[in-house]
Unconditional design. Structure first.
Length: 100
């Protein structure tokens, strides 16, 4: 209200704040999904460091497990490829190292 008294037009500022808020909300949605998936993956012990897994057409050994990203070492011929997979994108996983 004070800025309005000085002749400052608040309409564009409020509209911009709304658009920026929606953009941040949509970006945060993916981040929250990745973190929640990582938490449940750790609680359920789906895989761990050193496990041989297959997911998203990637087959390799788990190098690092985080709340947001899982790192998988994949061997393609003689070249080792390191994959960084967001936990929210992992829908199906096969673990050849766990015996139940």
């Amino acid at each position: 209200m004070i800025l309005g008294e000085f002749g400052f037009n608040l309409g564009p500022v409020i509209a911009s704040a709304g658009v920026i808020g929606v953009a941040i909300g949509l970006g945060a949605q993916t981040l929250v999904r990745d973190i929640l998936s990582g938490i449940f993956m750790l609680i359920e012990d789906q895989y761990g460091v050193g496990d041989q897994i297959t997911t998203l057409e990637i087959e390799g050994v788990v190098e690092k497990v985080g709340l947001r990203i899982t790192t998988i070492r994949d061997k393609k011929g003689v070249l080792w490829v390191l994959w960084y997979v967001r936990n929210g994108e992992i829908l199906v996983i096969g673990n050849a190292s766990q015996k139940h």
